[in-house]
Design a protein around this ligand. Structure first.
Ligand SMILES: Cc1ncc(COP(=O)(O)O)c(C=O)c1O
Length: 360
């Protein structure tokens, strides 16, 4: 079977050696030595300043919202994973969708201003597939209307934009370290901030609101990453550069072999050092997409409709139409991409897709 992704597992003896430290210190939770080591290692490798490691990549969005914009309307993108929108609703805020740019697939920065009302408190935008949003324009609007900016950077591990980590834009960036991501801790995630005060606020909130052992800063939740998760992160981190290099090669192969006369692809924003985290293609329409899925399935190949559906169409929302996002969601397909995917397999996937496209 060729799935859309496969988790990279580091050599087991390297993970075991890290886990041994838990037995040596008897510390496995509440920010033990491995947790601290991973914070340091990530700040060093990403050139970020303040990091909080979390149990997954969804809680950080909720914590960021609660800390920065606990009420009102939050402007967001309909083309993201459900966690982006559900976090807004979970925080009792109202998601206000702004359609996406058809080329970059990130929130359309030129449509944000018309969605701002006196109730708007924040912009929560996703760096879709690791492709940066227009951070300058978004910051300009945030400054003008005194809004907070939170980036769902779940896909952006290792991405640099204009020479610095993409996590260093906006008030807060969140990331997912889920097993499907380039850098992972099994389940896991992180919050990044460049401001010490914001960091402290976020830190309290991710640890029940504790300020010291007996005092409470305010309302919080338990979002802490365990040392077991951190051990996986420490074992995976040394391989990330190679994983990205391998993905770059595989995407190069897809690009050589697919017939782009009839297939569209995402444009990566200028000045981006991308992480090649996904390889989405855009086909002509949903009918063609379903036919491709059917053909590939007969060969045991499973790409993923990602993101689908457009979040504004969720049945528990009563939202306005988002024509670009709805159209893209119906036509987008992320092709298999993982360490260990063979070049012959990529070539076969391309042949099957090209053949199907030729029929239309
Ligand atoms: C854009 C985006 N945001 C948030 C999440 C949630 O991350 P997690 O699964 O770690 O909670 C994901 C997960 O894939 C995602 O793709």
């Amino acid at each position: 079977m060729i799935p859309v992704t496969k988790t990279f597992l580091p050599p087991k003896e390297e993970y075991d050696a890290l886990i041994q430290k838990i037995w040596d210190t008897n510390q496995i939770a509440n920010g033990g030595p491995l947790h601290q080591e991973l914070c340091q290692a990530l700040n060093n490798s990403l050139a970020t300043e303040y990091i909080i490691l979390t149990a997954n990549g969804t809680l950080p969005i909720q914590i960021a919202l609660m800390s920065l914009a606990a009420e009102g309307e939050v402007i967001t993108t309909p083309f993201s994973y459900i966690a982006t929108t559900s976090a807004i609703i979970w925080q009792n805020c109202t998601p206000v969708f702004v359609d996406i740019d058809p080329v970059y697939l990130t929130i359309n920065e030129n449509k944000i201003e018309e969605a701002i009302t006196p109730k708007t408190t924040a912009i929560l935008a996703t760096h879709v597939f690791g492709n940066p949003c227009d951070t300058e324009k978004i910051q300009e609007l945030a400054n003008k209307y005194r809004l907070k900016v939170i980036y769902d950077a779940a896909h952006a591990f290792g991405v640099k934009y204009k020479g610095k980590s993409l996590f260093n834009y906006g008030d807060v960036s969140t990331c997912s370290f889920h097993a499907t991501k380039i850098f992972h801790t099994g389940e896991g995630g992180a919050i990044f901030s460049q401001d010490q005060q914001v960091f402290e606020e976020l830190f309290y909130r991710h640890n029940f609101g504790h300020k010291g052992s007996l005092e409470y800063h305010g309302l919080g939740i338990n979002a802490k990453m365990s040392d077991l998760q951190a051990a996986m992160g420490l074992a995976v981190l040394p391989y990330v550069k190679d994983l990205i290099k391998n993905r770059k090669e595989l995407i190069g192969l897809y690009e050589q072999n697919l017939d782009f006369n009839s297939i569209g692809k995402i444009k990566i924003r200028k000045d981006t050092e991308w992480n090649y985290s996904y390889f989405p293609i855009l086909v002509e329409n949903e009918k063609v997409l379903l036919k491709i899925l059917k053909v590939l399935k007969t060969y045991n190949i499973f790409p993923r409709r990602y993101f689908y559906p457009s979040l504004n169409t969720l049945h528990f929302l009563n939202s306005t139409k988002m024509p670009v996002s709805e159209d893209v969601s119906r036509r987008v397909l992320c092709l298999p991409l993982y360490q260990g995917l063979k070049s012959q397999e990529v070539e076969m996937i391309c042949r099957l897709i090209n053949k199907e496209m030729f029929k239309h």
